[in-house]
Design a protein. Structure first.
Length: 242
């Protein structure tokens, strides 16, 4: 995107932000830099997102991007117990009926549900440094498939909650995938990444499913999630309720 032609980018400086240009590099390095900028700032939350991520904004998609203004109006402390979260991913989660059903909780509440399967296209992270907590900071040596999952598993292993926000629906702009060439290649890359994740988090009970390229996270979640809430509801500010 041409920065000079973007109204939104032009507003960054007025909100304490800026633009840093870097050359081509692996995704996890960008994620680490974003988190370091967050931890060095006075902001309460940071958003790590890809350039193809968009939030669906129809009326039935609830708060959408307005969630952040609504959260700011409530104040950070209202969201104790919510550490890392991402929107619903519209292509994987059937949401339309639930969000538009009569009497649903989403119209007047911000609803967060436990999940260790967050779409890495957009992840919201607390400023743990500002709160005197151990920062979530990925290892730059993790350079294979599963980087999104790695960030989530690392957060949970540190004792943090990872959740989906049921007030936002994520989509991605269409385009060619650079991840794999065909289903066989995709499966092998997933297996390689997941096996490396088991090496890193196996002492917490993370396993491969027998005969599969996918992860068995049951024991890991039982051990690391502990007694943390699996669902958190926070009333929307009265003047912003839909």
């Amino acid at each position: 995107m041409e920065v000079a032609a973007s109204k939104e980018f032009g507003l960054l400086a007025g909100h304490g932000g800026g633009i840093t240009r870097v050359g081509p590099r692996i995704l996890i390095e960008n994620r680490i830099d974003c988190l370091k900028h967050l931890y060095a700032s006075d902001f309460d939350w940071g958003i790590i997102m890809d350039d193809d991520a968009v939030l669906m904004q129809a009326e039935t998609h609830n708060s959408s991007y307005c969630l952040f203004a609504e959260m700011a109006a409530n104040g950070k402390d209202a969201y104790d117990g919510v550490d890392v979260f991402a929107p619903i991913y519209g292509r994987k989660v059937p949401f339309s009926k639930e969000l538009s059903a009569p009497g649903n909780p989403y119209a007047i509440n911000h609803v967060f549900k436990k999940s260790t399967d967050l779409k890495g296209s957009m992840i919201v992270v607390r400023n743990f440094e500002k709160e005197g907590r151990k920062p979530l900071l990925p290892d730059p040596s993790f350079r294979t498939h599963g980087e999104d999952t790695y960030v989530v598993l690392q957060a949970v292993s540190l004792g943090y909650s990872t959740m989906t926000s049921w007030n936002m629906v994520l989509e991605e702009l269409s385009g060619e995938s650079t991840f794999a060439n065909g289903d066989d290649d995709r499966t092998e890359k997933m297996r390689e990444g997941h096996e490396l994740l088991v090496e890193k988090f196996g002492h917490f009970g993370l396993r491969m499913k027998p005969g599969s390229h996918t992860l068995d996270k049951k024991e890991f979640e039982t051990l690391c999630w502990g007694k943390k809430s699996k669902r958190i509801e926070v009333p929307k500010p009265l003047h912003l309720r839909s």
